[in-house]
Design a protein around this ligand. Sequence first.
Ligand SMILES: [Zn+2]
Length: 382
Amino acid sequence: MSATLLHGGAIVDPVAGTTAPGDVLIRDGMIAALGPEAAAAAGDADLIDVSGCRVAPGFIDIHTHVFDRPGAASSRLPADRVGVRQGVACLVDAGSAGAATIDEFPTAVHATQRTPAFALVNVGSPGVRDTDGGHSSRPELVSLEATVRAVERHRGWVRGIKVQASHSHTGEYGLTAVAVARQAADRTGLPLMMHIGNGPPALEDALAHLRAGDIVTHAFHGKPGGALTAGGAPLPALVDAVARGVIVDIGHGRSSFAFATAERALAAGLPVHTISTDIHRGNVDGPVVSLARTMTKLMLLGLSVEEAVRAVTVTAARALRLDGDGFGTLAVGRPAHVTVFRVSEEQCTLEDAEGERRVAECSIVPVAAYVAGERFAVEAPI
Ligand SMILES: [Zn+2]
């Protein structure tokens, strides 16, 4: 029997939005005790000093590209590089694979990486092309039946449908792929994540296909035709989508997060429900770098630490039904998926996808991730 006591830190409760001193006892991969009882119940547990740190449910990044196939020239990253090595306990690959390629996901990712990885099936059968661009959502590549069958083959780790609704991925074909993705989501009972960017299609038309529980990613990109009208007000169609329960996701990426857009959107009352990176080889060295840095950017715009943690834990878990796998919250009797992090008060310069730089007064610095109680120290730049 193995046991570890995370001692001397402060526990972040993303549901309550609070942080309070407390220990965490992990035994046999599960949370055995939290708070004042933990030290008393620790017995001969290994003691890990986490004083000065915060202990949170394991961070989840719901928009990544980690379908890294050995031998294939690829923009994708190994999951652990942006997962446990950066303090992230769970990743969702957002449509790197479609019906024609997703059968390779277990051998390429699950068999070689330690970070728990889930996937969204791209309605374009090749998935996102290995290099950026490429019209993965062209009609001849989109198949409702093949997408539904791909989900049915991999129900255990496929948690949604992905569609790219922007000109760079659909060319002149507009909403055809979105309509097929809508049907695939309905047939499989899974949420739909929709990438937005340059039109066509117009954002209003694309958003009309989303229902409660669906996700709009790249929500605060800086291109024309996004979350704000030309006059800078929130797009009414997006306000309506939020009101009916559509989830607003960051999906930073190389060209899909602008401080100016996000700042105006937040000031106008639009929410950030989930924070994700859209991380791949083309942005991991900047401007994205990590989930932690993306969280820090949203904190710079006014989110509290607890709000940023909520966006990568309980909200992310519920959005893609990862809570049933033990992700999203810390509770006695549940798997010990944990992120330990510091809030650094050193100034740091942050760059958005438009090249705008701002200076943050504090930042999230992960120290370690625990996956079912197994510790992974942070080793990659954050
Ligand atoms: Zn992406």
